[in-house]
Design a protein around this ligand. Structure first.
Ligand SMILES: NC(=O)c1ccc[n+]([C@@H]2O[C@H](COP(=O)([O-])OP(=O)(O)OC[C@H]3O[C@@H](n4cnc5c(N)ncnc54)[C@H](O)[C@@H]3O)[C@@H](O)[C@H]2O)c1
Length: 335
């Protein structure tokens, strides 16, 4: 390893966002990347993924949990840690009800302790769910967090992420950790699996199979879908250019849309004849399911501090995800 090389650790690096992050990190020959992922919700086949990576000799990995990894003696040093491993997804989280806070907090503390002992810089990938609604959906880093009185698994996920943010921000001062937090907004694009309950791959699969497209509630919920490669770029910029102890929204305000409009765009871009229908998600997923509040970001801080500018519009984001799902699921174009 030369003096200019960086040893980079990515937890959850075989996940949807993590796999794009690893690809971008490997584009820079100065990075040696190590992934820790237990494959509990990975959407990829690791062998196939690694085989198509141009600089794969610079990648190594451990298939194990974050907790396992950091409990080992004699860990190698890492200059940077990108922490993405977590349970995730509106449906994906349901099976972990009551255990999300414990897992999320334990893993984050393990990383903070490692960083305090070694001086590694940390980027914690949190979530825009911490806003709990913002101002009619508008979410700025300067806004107060809103904790709803309604208990749900989604709330447990948001609270766990927020607890970690606050602890890390305090440790940035008390232990002088170099830590930044990012809050991604509705990440979408290639490799996102419908398994976690994410809306875009779900709509795309329904459209390609000619099934009804099921919009939850009245479909008026506001989201800002952000292309996964823009998010990966934002994560790297945050760690390398962000101010320690700061939080950054990583979301594309230009892609603000209602869920109903997203469904209409999916029908249009896929050429599907599927009908759009409205359903009650609690009937599908049970009483612990909760729809997210409206949310779209103010991303000025990321633009000003990090020079982050998302490059992919909504149509391109849908089209990229569509191409991926068509090839993965081997679904033919619909006439
Ligand atoms: N997808 C989104 O829209 C979105 C939005 C905001 C925040 N996030 C955050 O981004 C991060 C990545 O999300 P994603 O959408 O790529 O999800 P993902 O499920 O595709 O990726 C998570 C990866 O982490 C692994 N993993 C989970 N728990 C682990 C553990 N304890 N130890 C080791 N590996 C573990 C999984 O196998 C998976 O490969 C998460 O922290 C999530 O909270 C995602």
């Amino acid at each position: 390893m030369s003096k200019t090389e960086k040893r980079v650790l990515v937890t959850g690096g075989f996940g949807f966002i993590g796999s794009h992050l690893v690809e971008q990190l490997l584009e820079d020959e100065g990075n040696l990347v190590h992934v820790v992922d237990d494959l509990s919700s990975s959407p990829i086949s690791v062998d196939r993924y690694v085989a198509q990576l141009p600089n794969r000799e610079r990648l190594s990995w451990d298939i194990r949990t974050v907790k396992d990894y950091f409990s080992r003696d004699g860990l190698p040093s890492h200059d940077e840690v990108f922490h993405l491993a977590n349970v995730v997804g509106p449906v994906g989280v349901l099976q972990h009800a009551g255990d999300i806070v414990r897992k999320t907090v334990e893993d984050t503390y393990a990383i903070a302790d490692f960083a305090a002992a070694t001086g590694a810089r940390v980027c914690d990938v949190s979530t825009s769910e911490v806003y709990g609604g913002g101002r009619d959906g508008y979410c700025s880093e300067n806004d107060s967090m809103i904790i709803t009185p309604k208990t749900s698994v989604r709330l447990e996920y948001a609270m766990a992420k927020l607890a970690c943010e606050v602890a890390l921000m305090n440790q940035a001062i008390s232990r002088e950790l170099h830590v930044v937090v990012i809050r991604p907004f509705n990440v979408a694009g290639p490799r996102q699996s419908a398994r976690g309950g994410f809306v875009l791959p779900r709509f795309l699969l329904q459209a390609l199979r000619g099934e009804d497209i099921t919009v939850y509630g009245d479909g008026k919920m506001i989201r800002a879908f952000t292309h996964v490669s823009d998010v990966a770029d934002g994560i790297i910029r945050a760690l390398r250019r962000g101010k320690p102890g700061h939080v950054y929204n990583i979301g594309n305000p230009a892609n603000r849309t209602s869920i109903l409009h997203l469904a209409e765009e999916v029908v249009r871009l896929s050429g599907s004849k599927s009908k759009i229908v409205f359903v009650d998600p609690k009937k599908l997923w049970g009483p612990l399911f909760e729809e997210a509040n409206d949310k779209y970001p103010d991303s000025d801080r990321a633009t000003n501090d990090l020079g982050w500018k998302p490059k992919h519009g909504l149509e391109e984001t849908i089209a990229d995800a569509l191409r991926y799902i068509r090839s993965e699921e081997q679904l033919p174009p619909v006439n």
